[in-house]
Design a protein around this ligand. Structure first.
Ligand code: ZN
Length: 834
């Protein structure tokens, strides 16, 4: 372990800031800024050395004044590698308060981190400029000199001097506004609560707000680029619900003074939990509920809930150092589902979260997985933590724990933890200790087996016995991050009853005292793969339609995992899925569609007709039942199933009637809601002359952010190399840098044109890394795992990525490469079965 003392990236605790007065002048035209920071310090150990974080900043002469009013001056020495500035004073600073004052200048960069600038064209065709911030994890130091570690909490008094026609926002309400002699507006914000630097925000630009709504004393507004307030109503409704929900759940009032939710036109992440000034990419906040799909509405509701949960868990109580970021994100992921499930019970969020969990387990079953928590030394180390293992696996493990402890006990433990550590910092085990105190169960020991080793178990129920072994997709190579044994909270129930039994499977085997057919992973919240003995599987398969929705979805997902791992035959998988009845719950069907897509990539051309027929046989009856248009009294989730069925039948099932109707609706520009993406996918696959140009035109003139993104991702479905390469080129010239890496990733997943796009991308590799936000680089490679049909090409891909490793996120690339090699093996095996 690298301790604070011998980690060169970390600051001494001899001096700590207590307050920052920041007076900042952004110059949007020239992409520059300047400012003055007056930082109140608490000197705990007398010293003449002061070190703090600063990078890409020019610092003026620094003035340090001690408690007696004695002033010393000096110049900072920069250490670029460790992003530090240090100052040596002639005379030692005595223990007690002191003040540091320094002027600074920097660049409003275009990298979507630190203090950055972006331009966009508004609805009237006018070019607009904004300046905004994204500081997590370690980029506040690019905007002002600071003690940029989460444990150095302080209060902030922010002043922004902005062009008079632009709006300005920060973490707290505006205390006063005056006009400067040069005509700019001086906006002074009131003092914040004590908080970490990574949560500070400044936003300046042509924005307007919705009328404030009072939520238990907190004024809440949605802040949008001018002219977009008509897209804010759903976010407002979701925010009001979530702010109320969390105030009750945590039993602590919202800790800030106001809440602005800001839609930013260029944003590298999904959203950022700056206290009182949460920033979002537009698709995560602005939506037209009359034309959106369920998934698009879910996205807004869950992201809003996620960020608001952070106001307590993250902002009020904060990790001591970045290895704790996983808990912050895992918890917010858990809470986003819990809150949205209460907001819209008909959406059945815990069932659809099964898909997200499965996505994480698909990575976690690889030998190149990682423990959820690992040692973080440098900023590059922590970039690797913002992945599915942190968010989705972490959130799933918390859900499993909640279900094992009981919802009320879990909530009481969380309340205890938040109250005990308010305005302070914690390590992961503080939460386990709080939950252990309230529950009396061995939470720390249990969770350590899930957090400190990678992978997850395969739990088998056979002959009345439970057993565990590590799950993996393939034999281990030289090294594996998959652990050996877990303390597995296993819930079971008799097939005929809803009464669940709780077991803690901590050894290799555990005897169950039951003779009845038993459901393993009852309720479906366990973070493991399940396997039944052959007798047990026959019993469960015969009753698959009586399982709860998440149990059924999990059974199918575990079947697909076993098939992909070449542990189950295609015939056995297919007989399992053919037993699915007429339920409108889409989750298992989404897994089946994924399996079919992989099979389509794996098979040789002459084998494909067999698959086409299988798809028609399985999905056809569902389509005859559901049709194209909503029926009276169908569930909220039925349109999603319809979209999966139509999307799959028209493309992989090659059904003429579906294709013709899709073209008709596309030509009439009648495509909203859940069906929109399926229609576009069908149309693009057909490659009609002129359609690409229509897609492009509709993308450029999109009515709302969802419409825009639908077309952007649908470009990838054209099976035409010229179109694919034209689209790839636009990622470097026309599309926003926040979207381009994701568009490139989706272009590489096209079975026909993906390899050409990948080769194109590798030719412009350095340019891509320069152009796209740092946190999106590894995402750009997510499509390579689908190159399972051509081993020689796959080897070319592997060699390239091994020769061009990323600094912080290479593990994600390695996971994509390992998934590719598992996929190649799956493809070989499948070709022999058809
Ligand atoms: Zn988060």
């Amino acid at each position: 372990m690298v301790s604070r003392e011998n980690n060169p990236y970390r600051l001494s605790t001899d001096i700590a800031p207590t307050n920052y007065r920041l007076d900042i002048i952004p110059n949007l035209d020239d992409a520059l800024f300047s400012g003055v920071a007056i930082i109140s310090l608490d000197v705990k150990v007398g010293t003449n050395e002061i070190s703090f974080n600063a990078i890409e900043l020019d610092l003026d002469e620094i003035t340090v004044t001690d408690a007696q009013g004695k002033t010393q001056k000096g110049h900072a020495v920069y250490d670029v590698d460790y992003e530090l500035a240090s100052l040596t004073l002639d005379n030692k600073l005595a223990v007690g308060p002191a003040t540091l004052e320094v002027g600074f200048r920097g660049i409003l960069n275009d990298q979507l981190h630190g203090f950055y600038r972006s331009t966009f064209v508004d609805a009237e065709g006018v070019k607009q400029t904004i300046a905004t911030t994204q500081f997590e994890a370690t980029d506040a130091r690019r905007a002002f000199p600071c003690w940029d570690e989460p444990s150095f909490k302080a209060t902030f008094d922010v002043t922004l001097n902005v062009p008079s026609h632009l709006a300005a926002y920060s973490n707290s309400p505006i205390a006063s506004e005056t006009t400067n002699p040069d005509g700019t507006r001086r906006v002074v914000f009131s003092q914040t609560m004590k908080m970490s630097t990574y949560l500070v925000a400044f936003v300046i630009g042509p924005f307007e707000e919705t009328e404030p709504v009072d939520v238990r004393g907190t004024p809440l507004r949605i802040v949008v680029p001018t002219g977009k307030t008509h897209l804010a109503s759903f976010a407002e409704e979701a925010s009001i619900f979530a702010l109320n929900f969390f105030s009750t759940y945590f039993d602590i009032p919202y800790p800030g003074d106001k809440m602005d939710m800001v839609a930013v036109p260029d944003f590298a992440f999904g959203a950022m939990e700056n206290l009182g000034c949460i920033t979002y990419r537009e698709t995560a906040l602005l939506v037209d509920p009359t034309t959106a799909s369920l998934a698009e509405l879910e996205r807004v509701a869950t992201v809003v809930a996620h960020e608001l949960a952070h106001m307590w868990f993250g902002d009020l109580v904060t990790m001591e150092w970045w290895e704790g970021i996983w808990l912050n994100e895992a918890f917010a992921t858990f809470m986003e589902v819990l809150c949205t499930n209460a907001f819209k019970p008909e959406w059945k969020m815990w069932v659809s979260f099964g898909i997200d969990r499965d996505g994480a387990l698909q990575v976690d079953g690889l030998h190149s997985t990682r423990p959820i928590e690992y040692e973080v030394v440098s900023p590059a180390d922590m970039r690797g933590m913002f992945d599915v293992l942190t968010y989705e696996k972490g959130g799933s493990v918390l859900r499993m724990l909640e279900q094992y402890l009981g919802a009320d006990v879990f909530r009481d433990g969380i309340r205890h933890y938040l109250r005990k550590h308010s305005y302070a910092n914690t390590v992961t085990t503080d939460l386990w200790d709080a939950l252990e105190e309230i529950s009396g169960l061995p939470v720390r020991e249990l969770m350590n087996t899930w957090i400190l080793q990678g992978g997850h178990p395969l739990v088998t129920l056979a002959g009345g016995e439970l057993s565990q072994q590590p799950f993996s997709y393939a034999e281990s190579g030289a090294e594996s991050a998959i652990g050996e044994r877990w303390m597995v909270p296993v819930l079971t129930r008799p097939l005929t009853s809803e009464v669940t039994s709780k077991h803690l499977l901590s050894e290799t085997t555990l005897r169950l005292d039951t003779k009845e057919p038993t459901v393993l992973n009852a309720g479906g919240s366990g973070v493991y793969r399940s396997r039944y003995g052959s007798k047990e599987l026959r019993e469960i398969s015969a009753h698959i339609n009586e399982l709860e929705e998440l149990e059924r979805a999990t059974l199918i997902a575990d079947g697909w995992a076993a098939l992909f791992a070449s542990q189950l035959s295609w015939a056995d998988f297919w007989s399992l899925v053919k037993g699915l009845g007429d339920h409108d719950e889409p989750t298992p069907w989404s897994t089946i569609a994924t399996a079919i897509d992989y099979a389509n990539r794996a098979l040789r051309d002459e084998q494909r007709p067999v698959l086409v027929n299988a798809v028609r046989e399985l999905f056809g009856p569902q389509f005859e039942r559901l049709g194209w248009d909503a029926r009276p009294n169908e569930t909220e989730r039925t349109p999603q199933l319809r979209a999966i069925v139509i999307g799959t039948l028209g493309t992989l099932g090659e059904r003429e009637d579906i294709r013709n109707e899709a073209l008709k609706r596309f030509d009439a520009n009648n495509l909203d809601g859940d069906l929109a993406r399926s229609i576009l996918r069908n149309v693009a696959t057909l490659n009609r002359p002129g359609d690409f140009e229509t897609f492009l035109d509709r993308y450029q003139n999109a009515k709302n952010p969802q419409d825009e993104i639908r077309y952007l991702y649908a470009f990838a479905s054209f099976n035409d190399e010229r179109i694919a390469l034209t689209t790839a080129e636009k990622c470097f010239s026309e599309f926003r840098s926040q979207d381009s890496p994701f568009v490139l990733a989706s272009l590489t997943t096209n079975r026909v044109t993906g390899p050409a796009v990948w080769r194109y991308l590798t030719k412009r590799w350095d340019e891509a890394l320069e152009r796209f936000p740092l946190n999106t680089h590894a995402r750009m490679t997510s499509g390579i795992q689908t190159f399972v049909s051509d081993r020689a090409f796959a080897n070319e891909v592997i060699s390239f990525h091994r020769a061009h490793p990323f600094e912080g996120e290479q593990r994600t690339v390695e996971q994509n490469l390992e998934k590719l090699s598992v996929g190649l093996h799956f493809a070989d095996s499948l070709r022999n079965q058809f």
